[in-house]
Design a protein around this ligand. Structure first.
Ligand code: SAM
Length: 292
């Protein structure tokens, strides 16, 4: 086996050799603890037959662990300066492909079709750049990619919001958006000391397992998400207040909103954070005829 990339000494040697300076604006906090990396990969349940997609390989710390345990790795890295480094660090692993692109702009679906033909199991595994955690997760879910799920490191605060249950202060439109597509659980809390440079916030690893069908059946997905966003616009306001102020022409349609709430069996004086995902589905289906 080759020497691990992610030891503090080897990471420093690689960074020094290439004169690499971290770009805070790209969320560059590299992992320097092989034990944590192996545990992240454990949570992904991948096998020698699996394909792995990584967002932001950095100098290849996680990529290497994925390469050792999967059939193929495809990684998207935005920072061109890392390409020659990755070429060197990942040279023992020819089944790794790096795409030098912003993952938010990339056509991930086409890349998967090209790189993972005939694969039955594909997992996204990443230590995400924290400045774009939510857009990346939402893109991967909304693009309806043929993946089993996502295991990723992110800010603990975002992990808490993603896996939150109704009635908690963390529960909001992000919880609903992610739980609509996946079963979400926090897999582990990670100390700041395993990164270089250390981030300012606490971190966690979450595991998102895609559902075969969305958590609820709704007549219009986009309207369902519009209603959930509107319901949490001002957390201290009631549902009725948020819906009338946020939905298009909501004020004029107050009576209609009230009758939809009644039809969905949801009290207008409740707050968004108390509604289950099923109640949001009923409510959005009842509101839809008045807003289409
Ligand atoms: N995987 C490495 C590790 O664990 O040590 C690096 C993780 S670091 C938190 C995030 C990585 O994502 C960096 O390499 C950064 O350059 C890259 N990155 C930032 N924004 C990106 C984007 N929009 N698309 C692709 N990669 C991005």
């Amino acid at each position: 086996m080759h020497k691990d990339i992610a030891t503090p000494a080897r990471t420093k040697a690689i960074l020094d050799k290439y004169g690499f300076s971290f770009k805070k604006s790209l969320g560059q906090n590299f992992l320097i603890d092989t034990n944590i990396l192996r545990r992240i990969v454990d949570h992904a349940d991948i096998t020698e037959e699996s394909g792995a997609i990584e967002i932001g390989p950095g100098i290849g710390a996680l990529t290497e662990q994925l390469a050792r345990r999967s059939k193929k790795v495809l990684a998207f890295e935005i920072d061109q300066r890392l390409l020659p480094i990755l070429e060197e660090t990942l040279s023992p692993y020819p089944h790794v492909s790096i795409i030098n692109e912003d993952v938010l702009k990339a056509d991930v679906k086409t890349a998967i079709e090209r790189e993972f033909e005939g694969f039955d199991d594909i997992m996204v595994v990443a230590n995400l750049p924290y400045y774009v955690t939510t857009p990346i997760i939402m893109k991967l879910l909304e693009d309806k990619l043929p993946i089993r799920g996502i295991v990723c490191m992110l800010q603990k605060e975002v992990a808490d919001r993603i896996s939150a249950r109704p009635g908690t202060k963390e529960y909001g439109s992000l919880s609903i958006a992610v739980q609509y597509y996946t079963e979400a659980e926090t897999a582990m809390i990670v100390p700041k000391t395993v990164f270089v440079p250390q981030p300012n916030v606490d971190s966690a690893v979450i595991k998102l397992t895609k559902r075969t069908e969305p958590a609820v059946a709704v007549k219009s997905e986009s309207f369902f998400f519009q209603v959930t966003k509107a319901s949490f616009a001002q957390r201290r306001k009631t549902l009725l207040n948020n819906l009338t102020s946020q939905l298009p022409e909501g004020k004029q349609k107050k009576e209609k909103i009230l009758s939809a709430l009644e039809q969905a069996n949801v009290e207008p004086g409740r707050r968004g954070e108390t509604l289950s995902i099923e109640e949001f589905a009923r409510l959005s289906d009842a509101l839809l005829p008045y807003f289409s």
